[in-house]
Design a binder for this molecule. Structure first.
Ligand code: MN
Length: 384
């Protein structure tokens, strides 16, 4: 029997790459549900190709367009976030692959955990915002949660077969992004086009800007803390500009394991979908002669303060990682829209972190309230 997949965020960069992986294994997987935020045209095309039983468009302005285009298909069409959350009660979903960007993934991912649906998680912000609550529920319900983020997939793979062995530290690798080596002064005048030009990875806009500010690595430190139940002082970041070593684990005997491969998100997506198996695919292979040099350097936290802001937010705990994430999501959009400078991003996030008082949200709704409050403050107060 084929594994029935709910693919959330199917029209984005990760979602479309996930479908390319699924194309490789037509006998193993079928699409049960597709959801997208607002790219109705691509969602319709995907639905015609993959014949899911359910399609959800989050932005209900596009509902009629999607509904009409799929009227001849044997397919239910819904609109809105609550519909997507309700769909997680379908017992025809064998696995959820969440490729949603940002806190928008929080409710559906939490609903999947509540309904004991195994999760392949590309949506790091859900763990950044509410990692403690999420992992508590994951434990209670004994739901497998398999990371798709390449660094976390690497760590997950390095930990295979090491049950009971003590981990001294985990080391997340970072490419350093397009502005590696630049000083704060030089960063004052970088353009959006330069920020979107990532040297190694082809990704969506949000994560590409996060990579340029190093916030992406900060979010990944928080993600790693929750996924692997690690103390924050045992999570290190090293810049590795070639992006071939995807991350490392150091064990109690000083031995280190690393996972290597070309920078291609299809590899961690496939591993998450086929875990614990490794299946043959046609993706390009890595060659050492194409990459004769690997190099490593310390991240420059003077020029890229977002990484330290994330560490500090995680140390403080409570609502702070949620504030960090919300302020980051808003400022990234502002930067993408040409409203602020690249170097304003960390300044505004820092201001949000010390302006919004500490609290300890206990429920998903309370986290969403912190998110709303932060967005409002960052959007409407003069934070620069
Ligand atoms: Mn990553």
């Amino acid at each position: 029997m084929k594994r029935r997949i709910a693919l959330l965020g199917s029209t984005g960069s990760m979602g479309t790459q996930a479908l390319q992986v699924i194309d490789q294994f037509p006998n193993l997987f079928e699409i049960e549900l597709l959801s997208a935020h607002s790219n109705a045209d691509l969602l319709i095309q995907q639905a015609l190709n993959y014949k899911p039983n359910v399609v959800v468009i989050i932005d209900d302005n596009h509902y009629l367009k999607v509904k009409n285009a799929l009227s001849k298909e044997d397919c239910k069409v819904f609109a809105g976030m609550q519909s997507l959350v309700d769909c997680m009660e379908m017992n025809s979903i064998d696995m959820m692959l969440s490729c949603i960007v940002g806190i928008a993934g929080l409710k559906p991912v939490y609903a999947a955990i509540e309904n004991e649906i195994p999760i392949a998680l590309a949506n790091k912000e859900t763990l950044v915002v509410a990692g403690e609550l999420m992992m508590q529920k994951v434990k209670e319900n004994n739901v497998p949660i398999i990371p798709v983020d390449s660094e976390h997939s690497a760590i997950f793979q390095c930990l295979m077969g090491e049950q009971g062995n003590f981990v001294e530290k985990i080391i997340l690798t970072a490419s350093g992004g397009p502005f590696r080596g630049k000083t704060t002064t030089e960063l004052e005048n970088v353009t959006l086009a330069q920020a979107l030009n990532h040297p190694n990875w082809s990704m969506g806009n949000k994560i590409t800007i996060d990579s340029a500010t190093l916030m992406n690595k900060g979010l990944e430190v928080i993600e790693a803390k929750w996924l692997f139940n690690m103390d924050i002082d045992k999570i290190e970041v090293i810049v590795h500009p070639q992006s071939i070593i995807h991350s490392l684990v150091q064990f109690t005997d000083g031995s280190m394991k690393a996972q290597l491969g070309l920078p291609d998100m299809k590899l961690p997506i496939q591993y998450a979908l086929t875990f614990p198996q490794r299946l043959k695919n046609d993706f390009p292979r890595f060659s050492f002669t194409d990459y004769p040099f690997f190099s490593f350097e310390k991240p420059d936290i003077q020029a890229f303060p977002c990484l330290s802001l994330a560490y500090n937010a995680l140390k403080e705990g409570g609502n702070k990682p949620c504030v960090l994430n919300a302020a980051n999501e808003v400022t990234v959009v502002q930067f993408l829209n040409g409203k602020i400078k690249f170097t304003d991003i960390p300044k505004i996030i820092e201001k949000a972190l010390y302006t919004i008082p500490f609290s300890k949200p206990q429920t998903i709704e309370e986290y969403l309230e912190v998110d709303r409050e932060t967005r409002e403050k960052v959007n409407f107060c003069s934070f620069i």
